[in-house]
Ligand binder design. Structure first.
Ligand SMILES: [Zn+2]
Length: 188
């Protein structure tokens, strides 16, 4: 069991373009996968939140994320967004790497993601809404992109305490709406 310190905004490793994984079943990948699990679980126990984590956040610059889908852990090796729907939605995003900051971002409402599991099998999933947003957030981490880079609209930053005071009642997710202009930035 290894719980890592979460790397915080300003740490250069969060800006690294992470390396593709050539062998999903290698012991080195297994160690990082286990450490992601332990670190996410520790965060959940301490703060009661946490739906996903990316390898660079624990100091491992490889293309591996762990997300929670319907209360189940899903490790994704080399995840890639291969399609996006034609609707976006606004999201007040947050991140373990800047835990007191909320950032309003615009995300695709539907995405299709291809990835391999830890046994090397290939998968493709369609995701919508909050889970689609989570996948975009975590895959961004693998390219060194953070929610603060995707800030959208006027006044997109809010400290968590102020967010709860002024925005919390409306919730984190806006309604899906047709994308007004192509946003190639969704697919890097
Ligand atoms: Zn994050």
């Amino acid at each position: 069991m290894t719980v890592h310190r979460i790397r915080l905004l300003g740490d250069p490793i969060l800006r690294t373009r992470c390396q593709p994984i050539s062998n999903s079943r290698s012991p080195a990948v297994r160690v990082v996968a286990d450490d992601l699990r332990d670190t996410l679980r520790d965060w959940q126990e301490r703060y009661g939140t946490g739906r996903g984590i990316a390898a660079p956040q624990i100091g491992a610059p490889i293309r591996l994320i762990l997300v929670i889908e319907n209360a189940k852990r899903v490790w994704m090796v080399n995840p890639e967004i291969v399609d996006v729907g034609d609707e976006d939605f606004l999201v007040w995003d947050d991140c373990f790497s800047f835990p007191d900051l909320m950032v309003r971002v615009q995300r695709a409402y539907h995405v299709t993601v291809k990835y391999q599991d830890l046994a090397g099998r290939s998968h493709s999933i369609d995701a919508a809404g909050p889970f689609a947003e989570l996948l975009q957030h975590e895959i961004d981490h693998l390219d060194g992109v953070l929610a603060v880079d995707r800030a959208s609209g006027l006044d997109p930053f809010c400290l968590r305490e102020e967010w709860q005071r002024h925005w919390g009642r409306e919730g984190r997710y806006g309604k899906p709406a047709p994308r007004e202009e192509p946003r190639a930035a969704h697919v890097l």
